[in-house]
Design a binder for this molecule. Sequence first.
Ligand SMILES: NC(=O)c1ccc[n+]([C@@H]2O[C@H](COP(=O)([O-])OP(=O)(O)OC[C@H]3O[C@@H](n4cnc5c(N)ncnc54)[C@H](OP(=O)(O)O)[C@@H]3O)[C@@H](O)[C@H]2O)c1
Length: 230
Amino acid sequence: MNDRTALVTGANKGIGRHIAGGLVAEGFTVYVGSRDAARGRQAVEEIGGDARLLVLDVGDADSVAKAAARVDRLDVLVNNAGINPSLAPPTESHAEEFRRAYETNVVAVVEVTNAFLPALRRSPHPRIVNISSGTASLTWSTHPNPQFPPGRPGSAAYRSSKAALNALTLLYAQTLAEEGVKVNALAPGRRATDLVPGAMATGGDPAEAAAGAVRLALLPDDGPTGEFFS
Ligand SMILES: NC(=O)c1ccc[n+]([C@@H]2O[C@H](COP(=O)([O-])OP(=O)(O)OC[C@H]3O[C@@H](n4cnc5c(N)ncnc54)[C@H](OP(=O)(O)O)[C@@H]3O)[C@@H](O)[C@H]2O)c1
């Protein structure tokens, strides 16, 4: 086992799988978080190197507790698992879509982060990277931006949940600053994954987004914390 360890949630496909691969290439032992064992095992085989399966459904408290019990020390936690249950604007959204988005994109991040904090505290340079979204930026949503024109306020549940994740990133960073735990958020950009219909055809390379997450995972001790990167 390598000296440094990382966990990437939702790493069986998409951006998460590329982040896991990038961290393996940097010499980490990487726990590939996957709620489905078979899909996770396949990703571990594809990633190769020191990738290991960690069955983890971020929305299931028992699964989170069992996974945390298997990890003694953790240097990097990447909260990547996320869903976009609806493209609807707020006026056409259902409460259930908001519950689902917030459960996975916000509540689960708190549950997973807190469960793995004891392991992170055993690291000399602990780093947490939250995979957010540029669509969550209130600044970008209210100023001219080719990606999010104000006339298209869709994915309300998803975008507001990621805005909450940005707030949480700051609160965790401030709470853990004195312990040397750096906590930052990454907006990966629109990428070719299964997250939203059509993105597979029109999105950019998910590997490029993953490289940004790996950079935040490797921040030096005098690097930033509580910030939102794109
Ligand atoms: N792609 C983009 O353009 C884009 C843009 C901005 C932000 N992001 C963010 O990037 C992150 C990765 O998304 P992606 O684009 O790579 O999408 P993706 O290909 O759909 O991957 C999402 C991953 O999250 C996992 N997941 C969902 N719910 C889970 C749960 N309860 N427990 C464990 N794993 C769970 C999925 O597992 P299953 O296979 O089991 O469903 C999958 O591995 C997300 O946080 C997303 O919001 C993506």
